[in-house]
Design a protein around this ligand. Sequence first.
Ligand code: 5GP
Ligand code: ZN
Length: 113
Amino acid sequence: MEDCLFCKIVKKEIPTQIIYEDERTLVFKDIDPQAPIHYLIVPKQHFADVTNVPAGNDIVSHIFTVAVKMAIREGVSDEGFRVVNNCGELGGQSVEHLHFHFLAGRQMLWPPG
Ligand code: 5GP
Ligand code: ZN
């Protein structure tokens, strides 16, 4: 996926503030933060969106495990946080590489708009 922005970030071809990394995921700061803490949790493998994850692949489960790890690390597991996946045009997805937003540090609102 030569033209994919997040594949380039995963390959460290674009400088990014990396927060955490394991064999399957990279976590980095969102360039346009919507909360005091706003990270993107990205699988290293390219999936255009969550509908492209094959049945039986546990990457989404792993991403939530990483999200909880980030919450504990940031000290927000008790006060709360939000994990968001935007999927497709109406879902508000702007980068076509599966990613989950990890947001914390302020009161979240509902409905999200
Ligand atoms: P989406 O709108 O697809 O759910 O989320 C994409 C996110 O990627 C947005 O929150 C946007 O601010 C972030 N983003 C876009 N380009 C870059 C970039 O080059 N670096 C970083 N760190 N974040 C980016
Ligand atoms: Zn990609």
